[in-house]
Design a binder for this molecule. Structure first.
Ligand code: NAD
Length: 359
């Protein structure tokens, strides 16, 4: 069992990593629930089918009575019609300001349920119980909540910290391998931006060991890196940008393919390959870094290659883009970053260069 404290003053909270959503883990969840108030548990159909009964009965045995809201799985659920459905259910349950929302699912459920919690009666408590690797290591930590609109992913959202995050690495036993790889991409990113030690550890790790104790350490290290960055910049005004390594290109790729071809982790993996190559050719990233990233990604079948030039219009319309250019997160070496403003003119030629030199 491992715990991590997120020091954010009044909004501080704990992340607890422990195998099994039973016993002491459920007891700790219950400490954050007002027993006499309404509790809603939001999940998706896959997670509920696989884990709903066991988690639900553990909560009930611990004395929590709740109503579940089970939504379809997939990114399309992170939209206003489903948010409205959630609000309607909360109204039917008569949830007041003393209520609690439990988000039980991947990043889609975490972001949607978190946004519902941030806005229902101007804010109710919420607890994250992330079930995908990506959600455990990334989206459940840091308090970003959001829904997508036609004009863009995560365009409407709020910074709203959970009261508690309960991570059970065992739930990943049912996670499809493609989703495990997507989570590994974010852990690789954590190593690349902040910890050569984690990066090296991942070189020796194998995906078939994902259910062993060793993996709990890797999960903990990834969450700790995100915790450190979030604690230093809760509202994404400075250093938090480093978490975006690979994401400028990754988000553009997701948008280019209408969020169909690649999942978030795969897109970020391609983005990291692009950013490390570009950094080397700009003289910012130490030579050999792109090769090290390629080799590590290949270990997790994430060494995907994509055309770079076609991404420019999607980069320009990303919400993080600025007038005339974009801030790129580049590595100076494994474990260290530099934020570099690049104009769209220069970016256009760098993307073309990337396409012509990437063997
Ligand atoms: P997801 O929630 O769609 O989950 C991926 C798939 O795995 C779904 O089909 C889901 O049903 C299934 N699944 C989840 N847990 C499972 C389990 N234990 N067993 C079997 N199947 C399971 O997507 P995701 O990859 O978890 O998260 C992506 C979302 O997270 C995106 O919307 C992205 O914008 C968001 N995100 C948010 C942040 C943040 O800081 N808030 C950070 C990164 C990503």
């Amino acid at each position: 069992m491992r715990t991590l404290h997120i020091p954010l003053g009044e909004r501080s909270y704990e992340i607890r990593i422990e195998q099994g959503l039973t016993g002491s883990q459920v007891e700790r969840i219950c400490e954050h629930i007002e027993p006499s108030a309404v509790t809603a548990l939001i999940s998706d159909e896959n997670v509920w089918r696989l884990h709903g009964e066991s988690f639900g009965s553990a909560l009930k045995s611990a004395g929590v009575s709740f109503t579940e809201i089970v939504l379809p799985a997939g990114e399309n659920t992170k939209r206003f019609p489903y948010l409205e459905r959630v609000y309607k259910s909360l109204a039917d349950m008569r949830m007041g300001r003393d209520g609690t929302i439990i988000a039980f699912g991947g990043g889609v459920i975490g972001d949607l349920a978190g946004f519902a919690a941030a806005t229902w009666t101007r804010g109710v408590r919420y607890i994250q119980v992330p079930t995908s690797l990506l959600a455990q290591v990334d989206s459940s930590v840091g308090g970003k909540t959001a829904v997508d609109i036609e004009g863009g992913k995560n365009m409407v959202g709020a910074f709203y910290q959970p009261a508690f995050v309960a991570i059970d690495p065992d739930v990943e036993s049912t996670l499809p391998i493609r989703e495990i790889r997507a989570g590994m991409a974010e852990i690789i990113k954590c190593g690349a931006i902040a910890s050569e030690k984690l990066f090296d550890k991942l070189r020796d790790f194998r995906l078939d060991k994902v259910h062993e104790d060793e993996f709990e350490d890797i999960l903990y290290s990834g969450c700790k890196i995100k915790r450190n960055v979030v604690a230093a910049d809760e509202h994404d005004k400075g250093v938090r940008l480093i978490l975006n390594f690979g994401h400028t290109f990754g988000h553009a790729l997701e948008a280019k393919y209408g969020f169909e071809k690649y999942n978030h982790g795969e897109a970020v993996a391609i983005g990291m390959r692009m950013a490390s190559r570009m950094g080397e050719s700009m003289g910012i990233t130490q030579k050999g870094t792109a090769k090290a990233i390629d080799e590590l990604l290949a270990r997790y079948s994430l060494d995907i290659r994509e055309d770079a030039s076609s991404l420019l219009p999607f980069i320009k319309s990303d919400k993080k883009s600025e007038k005339g250019g974009v801030k790129l997160v580049l590595l100076t070496q494994i474990g260290q970053t530099e934020i570099f403003f690049i104009s769209y003119e220069e970016l256009e030629s760098r993307l073309a260069e990337l396409d012509s030199t990437w063997q």
